[in-house]
Design a protein around this ligand. Sequence first.
Ligand SMILES: *Cc1c(COP(=O)(O)O)cnc(C)c1O
Length: 369
Amino acid sequence: MSAPARAAVRTAPTLAVDLSAVAENTRRFVRAVPGEVMAVVKADGFGHGLAAVARTAVANGATWLGVTSLAEGVAVRAAGVNEPVLSWLNPVEVEVAAAARHRIDLAVPSLRHLDAIAAAQHHVRIHLQLDTGMARDGAAPDEWASLMAAARRAEVAGRVTVVGIMGHLAMAAWPGHPANSRGTEEFLRGVAMAERSGLRPAVRHLAATAATLTLPSAHLDMVRIGAGLVGIDPSDSASLRRALRLTTPVAQVRRVEAGVGIGYGHTRVTCRPTTLALLPLGYADGLPRSASGRAQVLVAGRRCPVVGVISMDQTVVDVGECPVEPGDEAVVFGPGDGEPTVDEWAAWAGTIPHEIVTGIGSRVSRSVR
Ligand SMILES: *Cc1c(COP(=O)(O)O)cnc(C)c1O
């Protein structure tokens, strides 16, 4: 390899985030829906950086931010974002004062949450959270009437303002599944109930990425887009742009004979003389151990198999007869110019791309452009 090319190689494992992909994906969703787009930046912006993704999404037309915990909402404010923020999973004893101080809306999934929030010294905006067929977060249908009546009482008493009502669909990644239309109808039934209770939630929101792409009847006033912003399409119906590239310099290169056992448990024994390249990345850095024996990495422009088990801090790649030297760049995954993609890693590990992108460890340095 020539000297200038070698000089361009980074000296440590690096996760490069391409914000132009996030920008393009955001604009695509903004164009595709009649209402507003909430950028969901939970879990550190799906591993792409909460502040960077939040700012990029807002600069490209998103008008709301969505997060799981209140602490993530505070991080959105710390990033200088002024748009409305909604946090949807908090304990009953959520710090209402902090939500009020940082202007963060709270989702309310139960009467107990509502009572605690209404009893606090601070006024907050809330979104009633209905469980529309997941048996997960949100109020179960048999609690909706009492939750809505109590929310209306709290609103009349000046304790809260009900600005939104939200649901979530379990089967949106399977377009055409009857649970999607059923969940949508359930949600609209909930909206009608809320209105009969005297509530006027201005923002009705149900769809996440998959439903936004495949179920226009679920678009309503706003859609909540997380995976789609970073190029993941659970419905496999759109081509979005991937934003991550994980690279590392090769740490060490070793020539071995046939019959050599590799790594813990010798799960792989060489059947011919070959060259092994060591990567300083392992499952603590987010390379799933369950992908051992299937995964590939791009080294010296060629896809080479990962051999032996991925260990906590290191991974061995069989580069065969390729001329590879320590310091050469290995591409673990990227947007798909020959190198493996996040989808391939997910398939090798028996999981979904979301788990790969949110699992990259903290000791991998980040570079955002
Ligand atoms: C994570 C999440 C989203 C975003 O879902 P994507 O499929 O990643 O777009 C939307 N709404 C809720 C309630 C979520 O938890």
